[in-house]
Design a protein around this ligand. Structure first.
Ligand code: SF4
Length: 478
């Protein structure tokens, strides 16, 4: 059995959501549950919560959506005022329950739990080192590798986390649970987001600020690259755990991953996406009658395009939001139906019109062609496609599921070849310069999937060119 969202959803797959809380006198697990609800968009395969209560760890996790994993009965067993939580989309390690997070073990210093968003590019080497030291591994995820590095390093937890940060290469935003504290850790490049919030008498750490309004917290600040944040009875303590590198925040958080009501770098994501659409309209104008978004993620970009171009915005496609949220295998007929299962055209809005279809991104190119055909069949006389990010030409090795150039429609095709492939009258992607103008900066972002310029300048770079499977084979000689 498997999910069938892949062929009919052409986006980078979400990463993961992490959360941590110290809330004296409060039901930390319940607050974590609601925060995970707000982070559901970052991963729908599995969810989990671990708490620490006077040195005893409690954990519940399962496959599926947050609302199906937790209920009053299992939440009531998660006692304590320290908790971490996770929503999972598997970029490495497979989607089985054994890879669900948080991962919790017992150590000589009490419980240790870890929730991870990201991907270690040197995980195969680290796995091998652990196995050679006689440490058995139960899962195929790099999260377990980090758990054992933390457990095996000497000293207090802050020292152990520094050891982990000195060994781990890649993207990692972590929340860590111990007997008497929750820690937040952000990799030295700041690839994945992590912010600190304040909640009545306590503090939280979370991937995105959209969780704050759900649980009644307010933003304190972002965790800076390389920082360790400790939440405990002593309040908040921040230490630099690793020397910060050239900041490389994942641009796709702004373009697609993060919820529109989250704030990154002081800017509301929704507003940033409208600016992307405005830049796109300025850079690649077209004569047309209507601007139509690919819902829902392309909507703010399309609104920006319409505002800048003066072309009226209207809905032309209706999305079934529940496709891809089932574990029931589709029949072959439904599989063949492809995007028709997910989108329906609004013919009355389209007949006889020249349409600009605005999408946030094109990854594999699996939906753009069928959507262009759908708009034409519904009566559009011309379909011009505008994409609010640059063409994705290079794989991502930092925790986003785009690990192979062959999977990317722009990996080996020109823009005009892609236009022909999807059957559009015209096609344009946003330029890198316009992207950075919309982000109101010219630095601080990873744009490697658009440029091939990766944030890592090390011997790992050669391995970064390999798929995770190839990396593993290189280490294990198979
Ligand atoms: S390569 Fe692309 S998806 Fe991956 S971290 Fe960089 S910007 Fe994000």
């Amino acid at each position: 059995m498997g999910r069938f969202s892949a062929p009919i959803d052409d986006h980078p797959r979400e990463e993961c959501g992490v959360f941590g809380i110290h809330a004296p006198g409060k039901d930390a697990a319940r607050l974590t549950f609601f925060a995970l609800h707000a982070l559901q968009h970052r991963g729908q395969e599995a969810a989990g919560i671990a708490t620490s209560d006077n040195g005893i760890a409690n954990i519940h996790k399962g496959q599926g959506l947050v609302s199906s994993v937790f209920n009053e009965d299992n939440l009531s067993t998660l006692t304590g005022d320290l908790a971490i939580g996770h929503t999972r989309y598997s970029t490495t390690g497979g989607s089985g329950l054994r890879n669900a997070q948080p991962q919790v073990i017992e150590t000589i210093d009490g419980p240790l739990g870890l929730a991870h968003n990201g991907n270690l590019v040197n995980a195969p080497q680290l796995r091998r080192e652990l196995l050679e030291r006689g440490i058995g591994l139960q899962t195929s995820s790099d999260t377990e590798v980090m758990v054992h590095i933390l457990a095996g390093a000497g000293g207090d937890w802050l020292s152990r986390i520094k050891v982990l940060m000195s060994r781990a290469e890649g993207a990692f935003a972590l929340t860590i649970l111990t007997r008497d504290a929750v820690y937040g850790v952000r990799d030295p490049w700041g690839l994945r987001p992590l912010v600190i919030g304040e909640i009545d008498g306590g503090h939280v750490l979370v991937s995105e600020t959209c969780a704050f309004s759900t649980i009644g917290a307010k933003l304190v600040r972002e965790v800076e690259p390389g920082e360790i944040v400790k939440l405990s009875a002593d309040g908040v303590r921040v230490e630099q755990g690793a020397v910060p590198r050239k900041r490389a925040f994942c641009t796709f958080e702004q373009i697609y991953f993060s919820r529109p009501d989250s704030i990154h770098g002081g800017n509301l994501v929704h507003s940033t996406r409208q600016r992307l659409g405005r830049e796109l309209a300025r850079e690649s104008p077209v004569e047309a009658d209507l601007v139509v978004p690919v819902p829902d993620s392309g909507t703010p970009h399309a609104v920006g395009f319409a505002q800048e171009s003066g072309i009226p915005y209207t809905e032309g496609l209706i999305k079934n939001r529940y496709v891809g949220r089932t574990f029931i295998e589709p029949t072959q007929r439904l599989r063949d139906a492809g995007v028709a299962m997910k989108f329906n055209p609004l013919a009355d809005n389209l007949v006889g019109r020249r349409v600009v279809m605005v999408d946030d991104s094109i990854v594999r190119g699996t939906t753009s062609g069928p959507l262009v055909s759908m708009l034409r069949e519904a009566g559009a006389t011309e379909v011009h496609v505008r994409v609010a990010c640059p063409a994705i030409t290079d794989p991502c090795y930092m925790g986003v599921d785009m690990a192979s150039r062959e999977d990317l429609i722009a990996g080996n095709r020109s823009v005009d070849e892609i236009r022909q492939h999807i059957g559009a009258d015209s096609l344009a992607f946003l330029s890198i310069d316009a992207l950075m103008r919309a982000l109101e900066t010219d630095e601080g972002y990873c744009n490697a999937c658009f440029t091939g310029d990766y944030p890592f300048d090390s011997e790992r770079f050669v391995q970064l060119r390999l798929s995770p499977k190839e990396q593993f084979a290189q280490v294990w000689g198979d």
